[in-house]
Design a protein around this ligand. Structure first.
Ligand SMILES: Nc1ncnc2c1ncn2[C@@H]1O[C@H](COP(=O)(O)OP(=O)(O)OP(=O)(O)O)[C@@H](O)[C@H]1O
Ligand SMILES: [Mg+2]
Length: 362
């Protein structure tokens, strides 16, 4: 089913900084969100995700000089009720004294939408969110997942131009989160509404985001598609925040990085002469460290493998086994192999890394 929503708009933040009582919590940030795009703000606690979202909602004002536009409308000075945004908070903030129907229809009532139209719209949303059987229950009788869907339906009822979601799944247990994440994904694709989704859960960010903004300490570290962020992290902060990363340290010469248990070929982008922005000179800064993901390594004949080491630990995880390999690099390496592979502790192994999977980080 479809809901006749207003056309989605692009959003532009220009030099939006935020200072609370003399403390700068957000550095001036520039951000463009395409019409209909789902942009995820990802980062550790306190990095400024909610503050950014609240500025877009109209619940906080950026410091002087910051500007927020929805399409061609400059909304910087508009309060939340005039921005046409739908918002879902981590806590849901539902009205406990109203029924499901009452909660979803609340915004329509406030806006004096004619009763028949409002009723139809609430019925559509109840169906869309699979809440029909609960329509007349008070909020207190709903499960966490049902409450989350009521909050989403309430945000959508007023036909927002922009949907703002602040950790909407965080309050739920792990299983429910996984299934609602898939529902959420389907729903956002179907609605095609410009959405900003805040989370500190990388799996959520990967599944839901058309693009992800990785933030840390009030700054944007990287903006990119989930694949960009995962395979081409801009720096260590991003790389360490997303997924698991192995480190190979040693000396590089003659096109290889020599480390404890062998050598790996330097990735082509790491050997090219590079301009040093700070010195404006050309240098060959061959890396002392390279990184790779556990799933990008494979077991190989020790005689011809890049690295040699021994199995220190094997964790069987069902579809895969995660091996801890010692002696191959200064740090133990984590590598993923098929679940059926069984290797005892102390087994000598060869480990090679897939071509193009080595990452050099600044
Ligand atoms: N109203 C406020 N007054 C003073 N400081 C604030 C206020 N709101 C947020 N801060 C501070 O701004 C910083 C960013 O907060 P914000 O809520 O945006 O973080 P967050 O990324 O959403 O974190 P979390 O994942 O924990 O929700 C924090 O250091 C926080 O203490
Ligand atoms: Mg927050």
């Amino acid at each position: 089913m479809t809901l006749d929503s207003v056309p989605s708009v692009p959003i532009t933040l220009t030099q939006c900084a935020k200072t609370f009582r003399g403390t700068r919590v957000l550095e001036p940030l520039d951000l463009s969100i395409g019409a209909g795009e789902t942009l995820v703000l990802l980062g550790p606690s306190g990095c400024g995700k909610t503050t950014t979202l609240r500025m877009i909602a109209g619940l906080e004002t950026p410091d002087a000089g910051g500007r927020i536009a929805f399409g061609d409308d400059d909304v910087t000075a508009l309060p939340i009720e005039r921005r046409q945004v739908g918002m879902v908070f981590q806590s849901y903030a539902l009205f406990p004294n109203l029924t499901v129907r009452g909660n979803i229809g609340y915004g329509l009532k406030i806006r004096r939408v004619p009763a028949q139209i409002a009723r139809q719209r609430v019925d559509d949303l109840l169906a869309m969110m699979r809440l029909g059987a609960h329509a007349d229950k008070p909020i207190a009788q709903l499960s966490g997942g049902q409450r989350q869907r009521v909050a989403l339906a309430r945000a959508l009822a007023v036909q927002p131009r922009v949907l703002l979601l602040d950790e909407p799944l965080t309050a739920l247990d792990a299983r429910l989160r996984d299934s609602l994440r898939a529902d959420m994904n389907a729903l956002l694709r179907e609605l095609g509404i410009t959405t900003i989704y805040v989370t500190h859960d990388q799996a959520e960010a990967m599944e839901l985001g058309d693009r992800i903004v990785v933030m840390s300490e009030g700054r944007i570290e990287q903006i990119g598609t989930p694949r960009d962020i995962y395979y081409r992290p801009a720096n260590r902060t991003v790389a360490q925040f997303i997924g698991t990363l192995n480190r190979l340290a040693g000396e590089s010469r003659d096109g290889v990085l020599q480390t404890t248990g062998g050598a790996v070929p330097l990735p082509s982008h790491a050997c090219a002469p590079r301009m040093h922005a700070s010195h404006a000179s050309i240098g060959h800064d061959a890396p002392h460290e390279l990184f790779f993901r556990p799933e990008d390594a494979y077991l190989a004949d020790p005689a011809s493998a890049h690295l040699r080491g021994t199995v220190e630990h094997a964790s069987f995880l069902g579809e895969r086994t995660r091996l801890t390999i010692g002696g191959a690099a200064p740090d133990a390496l984590l590598i993923d192999v098929a679940g059926r592979v069984e290797l005892a502790r102390g087994t000598p192994v060869g480990v090679s890394i897939a071509q193009d999977a080595l990452i050099a980080l600044s």
